[in-house]
Structure formats: structure tokens, C-alpha cells
Design a protein around this ligand. Structure first.
Ligand code: SF4
Length: 246
């Protein structure tokens, strides 16, 4: 395909987003524009973005969105763009087109995901990104299933694909007191991510927060972890020490 024809095919790919954050500093290296896709196959008990489960979002083409993002290029040239959600892998074709347009502009592209969607379209998206921020939500299949509806095995399959494709990984886990704040959990986390050590740039333990509870109220949804306290800085610091220890 000639370049212009290819560009027009990529540009016309359609997707649905709930919004973009023009400049963020936490979802990948450097200052980044974050795109929030709609839809998610999981139902995490601590989800911060439950609106992405139900909202249809705004339909955009990859070309329109790339143009919008490129307005921030002077600020994000050293950082990049992160596709988040919801679950961006659900719209893998759209995000692949967007990634290819952004990569042509020399931007770094990351995907913030649970890794719980698979298929050829996802494989192609992996080929077109630089980094995946993989949320390894729980360290055993039972809790993963119980609190998210998804599968730890599938998340780890995704990590294997990232490694095989020669891409980089950040591993994340939200820590909820009374659920996964034990030292044993962190030891297990270290063990299950050890096969990917050579492609992991960062492991982040994130505190459970309840800022999202008004979203659940507004949407008329039950917030399953409303009864749990927010995770303290002390707990996170302690677990980070365990993570760093041999
Ligand atoms: S994977 Fe993310 S968007 Fe989906 S339910 Fe879990 S926290 Fe929410």
C-alpha cells in the first residue's frame, strides 16, 4: 500500500473514547497525553472509571484524534501517549491505527491494560506500541476471578506476548488493605513476574482510593470496596521495601 493510501486507511479507523487527559504524569514515562477508551470486560471491585463500563463515549477517527494529540507534541515529545480506559485492548484495531499514526510522528506509545483480551488484533497492537502498563490485579486466580471477573493466567499470557515482541513492561497492582496488603502477596507478585524481569522497567504498588465513589452514586452502581479503608502511605512504603528486598 502506498504511504498516502495507508495513512488514509489508518486515519479513517473509528473508535469510541470517554475523553482525553491532555497532560498526565503518572501513566508511563514523562509527560503524556492519556486517551480513555470505553468498554471493559472486567468489573474490578475498586474500579476508578466505572463510567467506561456503561457510557457509549464519543466516536472519533484515529486521524482526528491523532491531530488533536499532536497539538500537545511540544510537551509530550519526551514523554508520549498512553491508551487507557476502560480496556483499550477491546478496540485494538482503532488503537493500532492511532499508534501507527503517532509513531510516524516519533511519539512513544503505551497501553494501560489488564491484559485480559486476546486475539490477532491485540497481537498487532502489541507490535505497534513501546510499553504496556500491565495491572496484575491479584496474585492468585481465585481472588482475581472473585474481585475482577477476569483471569490472572490471561494477564500473564499478555506479559509473555509483550516479552516475545521485545516491548517493555511496567507492572502495577492496587493494594487494598484487608485484601492484598500482606507480605506474602508481594512475595507472590515478585515470583509471578520474575519470568519477565528483563523487560520490566518498573513495578508500582498503588494505594486504593475512594475518590471515585461519587461516580458510582451518579451511575446508580454498587461500589463493592466502599467498605474498605483507603490504603495508607505506611502500608505502601512497607510493601515497597518487601518488593525491593531479595
Ligand atoms: S480493568 Fe480497569 S477499567 Fe476495567 S474494571 Fe478493572 S479497573 Fe475498571
Amino acid at each position: 500500500m502506498k504511504l498516502s493510501a495507508e495513512l488514509s486507511t489508518l486515519s479513517s479507523e473509528k473508535g469510541r473514547i470517554s475523553g482525553i487527559q491532555s497532560l498526565g504524569a503518572v501513566d508511563g514515562p514523562g509527560l503524556r497525553t492519556v486517551v480513555f477508551g470505553v468498554g471493559c470486560p472486567l468489573r474490578c471491585a475498586y474500579c476508578h472509571n466505572p463510567e467506561t463500563w456503561t457510557e457509549k463515549g464519543e466516536e472519533v477517527t484515529a486521524g482526528e484524534l491523532a491531530q488533536k494529540i499532536l497539538r500537545y507534541k511540544p510537551y509530550i515529545a519526551q514523554g508520549g501517549v498512553t491508551f487507557s480506559g476502560g480496556e483499550p485492548l477491546l478496540q485494538a484495531k482503532f488503537f493500532t491505527a492511532l499508534a501507527r499514526l503517532l509513531k510516524k510522528e516519533g511519539l512513544h506509545v503505551a497501553v494501560d491494560t489488564s491484559g485480559n483480551v486476546a486475539g490477532e488484533d491485540v497481537d498487532e497492537l502489541i507490535e505497534n506500541i513501546d510499553l504496556a502498563l500491565l495491572d496484575v490485579k491479584f496474585t492468585n486466580e481465585e481472588d482475581y476471578r472473585k474481585y475482577t471477573g477476569g483471569s490472572l493466567a490471561q494477564a500473564l499470557d499478555f506479559a509473555r506476548k509483550i516479552k516475545k515482541a521485545g516491548k517493555r513492561l511496567w507492572i502495577r497492582q492496587v493494594i487494598v488493605e484487608g485484601i492484598n496488603d500482606g507480605e506474602e502477596n508481594i512475595r507472590l507478585l515478585k515470583e509471578i513476574i520474575s519470568p519477565f524481569a528483563d523487560v520490566i522497567d518498573k513495578v508500582e504498588l498503588l494505594p486504593f482510593r475512594k475518590l471515585c465513589s461519587e461516580k458510582y452514586d451518579r451511575l446508580g452502581l454498587n461500589f463493592p470496596f466502599a467498605v474498605h479503608p483507603e490504603t495508607s502511605t505506611e502500608t505502601i512504603n512497607h510493601l515497597v521495601e518487601i518488593l525491593k528486598s531479595e
